[in-house]
Write a protein that binds this ligand. Structure first.
Ligand code: CA
Length: 386
């Protein structure tokens, strides 16, 4: 555990905070203030942006800025974020366009970059510079860098128990029939009858969750996924899952993470012999071993209730897993071989996972159909409470 803690402590995300506007010495105040919070890694970042209208009320808005480097946006959420060259235009969604004086809207995006990821300095709100009237307003720009992880902005729609997790989604901001924004729906292979939708009536928090209709058979895989950064540090995840049909005897998967440390093969969480298990695609190792004594040290996934699943995967190849607040002994790899649990798993020496995404859904390899709901999904660099 000492080594694990040291590894976590070594994780440094840069939280950049820039505040533009705010100090007005006389005359017109700036028309807007922008908080631009970064969570970045070596090749990419997410930004959580809060724009505050400091002028007359508006019923729609755009926020524009120019990147100084080669930042390239791949997806956005809670705004229509478009990039043309270095210029970015974020436009309101139908539900966050109205901003009274002093009101704020929040949105975010994910992007790639190389070199320096400078914070933009030329924000404009509905075409007017956030620096305000240059003749009468003093603009202060402060940039701070800290070693804290993920200074997330909490909105009223987000659950309050994500801690500092970089990814924290309660799906309340989803307005369509399928997840959008940071989420991509699909599967690497045939998706057949599998379906993912936003459910407006079943939820762990708020009123929305993601529903997965998973059919049996190999060709009905379906997931909704988002990038995560497990390239150099432990990944701590937490999600709530509710499902309908008890885990079957056959092998199924409900969570998959692409493992760049294992030739891009998946690291999977699912079930077999009616109990939870991890499975490594590259060598089909299971955790626990699928002997009666091994399976007995796992647990079934209760149906008809919201279950809190917490997991940690670290670059040294250790795994821990909790279900509804209790560690599941059969789902732990601590580096010391334990009979019936991890001797098959440890047979692959030198496994150093580096997961690059998180996908939730349903993957059956034979038998096993299920209807599942997911909510309050969080991934961060430290453990996330239920
Ligand atoms: Ca929710």
């Amino acid at each position: 555990m000492r080594n694990l803690l040291a590894a976590v402590a070594a994780v440094v995300s840069i939280a950049g905070l820039v505040v533009i506007g705010g100090t007005s010495t006389a005359g017109a105040a700036p028309v807007c203030a922008v908080d631009y919070k970064l969570n970045q890694w070596s090749t990419g970042f997410t930004a959580n942006v809060t724009v505050t209208n400091q002028s007359a009320p508006v019923t729609s808005w755009t926020l524009t800025w120019t990147f100084a480097g080669n930042q390239s946006i791949s997806s956005g959420w809670s705004a229509d974020v478009r990039q043309s060259g270095a210029v970015v235009t974020a436009s309101n969604m139908p539900w966050n366009g109205t901003l009274g004086t002093g009101a704020s809207a929040q949105f975010g995006f994910q992007a790639t970059y190389s070199g320096t990821n400078a914070v933009p300095t030329d924000f404009a709100f509905n075409g007017v510079s956030c620096s305000g009237d240059q003749t009468t307003t003093t603009t202060t720009t402060t940039t701070s860098t800290s070693t804290s992880t993920a200074t997330t902005t909490t909105t009223s729609n987000e659950p309050t128990d994500c801690g500092t997790a970089a990814l924290c989604d309660d799906f309340e901001q989803q307005t369509g029939s399928t997840p959008t924004g940071r989420w991509t729906v699909g599967a690497a292979n045939c998706t057949g009858q599998g379906a993912v939708s936003i459910d407006n009536s079943v939820a762990h928090s708020g009123s929305k969750s993601v529903r997965v209709d998973g059919a049996s058979g190999y060709c009905n895989h379906i997931f909704f996924g988002t990038p995560v950064d497990g390239s150099s540090a432990a990944v701590h995840g937490r999600f709530y899952v509710r499902h309908t049909t008890a885990l079957p005897m056959a092998h199924v998967t409900f969570m998959a993470m692409k493992d760049a440390g294992d030739a891009g093969k998946d690291l999977r969480m699912g079930g077999q012999n009616a109990a939870l298990q991890w499975n490594r695609e590259s060598d089909d190792a299971t955790l626990p071993e699928q002997s009666p004594a091994g399976v007995a040290q796992s647990k079934p996934l209760p149906t008809g209730q919201w279950n809190c699943v917490q997991f940690t995967v670290d670059p040294a190849g250790r795994i821990s897993t909790s279900l509804n607040g209790s560690v599941v002994d059969g789902l732990v790899v601590d580096g010391v071989s334990t009979p019936d649990i991890d001797s098959q798993w440890l047979r692959k020496t030198g496994w150093r996972p580096a997961v690059t995404d998180l996908r939730l859904g349903w993957e059956s390899y034979g038998d096993g159909a299920n209807t599942l709901w997911y909510d309050d999904v969080a991934v961060g660099s430290s453990p996330i409470a239920c």
